[in-house]
Design a protein around this ligand. Structure first.
Ligand code: C2E
Ligand code: MG
Ligand code: MG
Ligand code: MG
Length: 287
């Protein structure tokens, strides 16, 4: 949400009539149809332990399989989905698909790992959001420990008491909570003391070229230290190179996610990626 509101901040101060954007209206209609036609699909990106390379989880990332335009990136439709409120239905569809995929992987006997799902502010603020998560877990026969929700800092900044109730209810299901794009929002660090957060995701803007960017090193180091002292997991997003990974590992950042390990993959490719890694591991256990 923070990304979208940043880009659209001018518009939010302007009466709706003046900013009527025909392009976004038709996109909205297209997205409604896409929901009916089941055109949204999930790709999964591995999250690995930086020290051992072991799989720790996977982030579910939505894509729109558009009949004419092919696979459309969430950057192109999530902002309009958030503005129009459609993100609530799309987010529900994403959660269902993520849990159905976990169920399927369990049934196929894949090694168990957690799936992280991005949650928008509007979705989080729906009445009974925690109850909804509980119902979905039960419907798919998935234990809460296999789900993580990625929240943005902006979600945590409003209506603190309501947010706290919802977070506690979600935690009681065994579901993990991560803060996405950590450091890019209006961080009020005191919320970390009150909210039952498990993990901070270092935004990829701080990871980029970290080996030759002292300011990024300072920020990443500060986030790792914060995580350590508050007993939170820390994962670096958008790790693309071995040198970035090496610096983060040197800082004792515990996990990483990025193109260096894998791009987001469709479910079948994800299973293949995992199988290949495990074969490599079995052959060379010392590595
Ligand atoms: P995010 O949650 O911060 O996800 C990370 C983004 O970084 C993903 O972009 C991922 O493909 C990309 N990425 C991963 N590794 C690398 C790397 O090494 N280098 C670079 N340059 N990029 C990397 P994607 O899939 O385009 O998603 C963009 C954003 O859209 C996400 O950012 C998230 O905010 C939003 N999004 C995606 N799926 C959902 C969803 O189901 N619900 C909601 N509400 N938002 C979603
Ligand atoms: Mg995310
Ligand atoms: Mg992120
Ligand atoms: Mg990001």
């Amino acid at each position: 949400e923070s990304k979208a509101s940043g880009r659209n901040s001018f518009r939010s101060y302007t009466p709706k009539m003046l900013t009527f954007n025909p392009e976004s209206i038709s996109l909205e209609n297209d997205m409604r149809r896409a929901l009916e036609r089941d055109e949204f699909v999930l790709h999964f990106q591995p999250q690995v332990d930086l020290a051992t390379g072991q799989l720790r989880g996977a982030e579910a990332l939505v894509r729109w399989r558009h009949p004419e335009r092919g696979l459309v990136s969430p950057m192109h439709f999530i902002p309009v989905a958030e503005e129009s409120g459609l993100i609530v239905q799309i987010g529900e569809c994403v959660l269902r698909k993520a849990l159905a995929q976990v169920r399927e992987w369990h049934d196929q006997g894949l090694p168990l790992f957690r799936v992280s799902v991005n949650i928008s502010a509007l979705q989080f603020r729906q009445a009974n959001f925690a109850r909804f998560i509980e119902t979905l877990l039960a419907e798919h026969g998935v234990s809460g420990e296999f789900l993580e929700l990625e929240l943005t800092e902006s979600i945590l900044m409003r209506d603190v008491e309501d947010v706290l109730d919802t977070l506690n209810a979600i935690k009681s299901l065994g579901v993990r909570l991560a803060i996405d794009d950590f450091g890019t929002g209006f961080s009020c660090l005191s919320y970390l003391r009150r909210f039952p957060i498990d993990c901070l995701k270092i935004d990829q803007s701080f990871v980029r070229n970290i080996e030759r960017t002292p300011i990024n090193q300072s920020i990443a180091q500060a986030i790792v230290a914060l995580g350590e002292s508050l007993a939170l997991g820390v994962i670096a997003e958008g790790v693309e190179t071995l040198s970035e990974a090496a610096v983060l590992k040197g800082m004792r950042c515990s996990q990483a996610q990025g193109y260096l390990y894998s791009t987001p993959l469709e479910p079948r490719s994800f299973a293949r990626w995992l199988a290949n890694r495990n074969v490599g591991r079995a052959v060379a256990p010392a590595a």
